[in-house]
Design a protein around this ligand. Structure first.
Ligand SMILES: [Fe+2]
Length: 169
């Protein structure tokens, strides 16, 4: 994860979360924002390019899931602002921070998209759970709670994606 000025607490606020907790949370939130936006874009790529006999169901499901992820990105970014941080959702910022594996832009087969997205959603959920612990230990129960909520959304989407892969792995 690249550390930049955006990962620091930059703005004053009356929010009484302890200073060190703010710094930990802003860096954690910026990293998870990048992962979440990357996963959103991968899901949209799948929505556009999916082919095969599962086309319609997957096309609609991927649309629902990138919408859900996009809403979660907004929550992560706005929590960073509340703590005095500057969320970085630029393409360049996301590209430098994301821990999600690059998505194959040529992927077409529906179940191959499910496999690729399942791996990335699992990666995102794992990083969210690490963030739950990191921010809780730093003393920011509110960010930890937000990450818990986001992780449940990602876990639910992962379950639905993996249901298409039953017997495939
Ligand atoms: Fe669409």
């Amino acid at each position: 994860m690249a550390k930049t000025d955006s990962d620091k607490v930059r703005n004053k606020t009356h929010n009484d979360t302890p200073g060190n907790a703010k710094a930990v949370s802003v860096a954690t939130l910026n990293a998870l924002l990048a992962d979440t936006i990357d996963a959103t874009n991968a899901t949209r790529q799948a929505h556009w390019n999916v082919k095969g006999s599962h086309f319609y169901g997957l096309h609609k499901m991927f649309e629902e899931f990138y919408g859900l992820l996009s809403e979660q990105s907004d929550e992560l970014a706005e929590r960073a602002v509340q703590l005095g941080g500057i969320p970085d959702g630029t393409t360049q910022g996301v590209g430098s921070r994301t821990r999600i594996a690059p998505y194959d832009a040529n992927l077409l087969d529906g179940l191959e998209h499910c496999q690729a997205l399942a791996e990335r959603y699992a990666q995102l959920a794992k990083s969210l759970r690490e963030g739950i612990d990191t921010t809780d230990e730093a003393g920011d129960a509110d960010t930890s709670d937000l990450l818990t909520q986001v992780s449940r959304v990602v876990d639910k989407s992962l379950w639905m994606i993996e249901a298409h892969l039953q017997g495939k792995n």
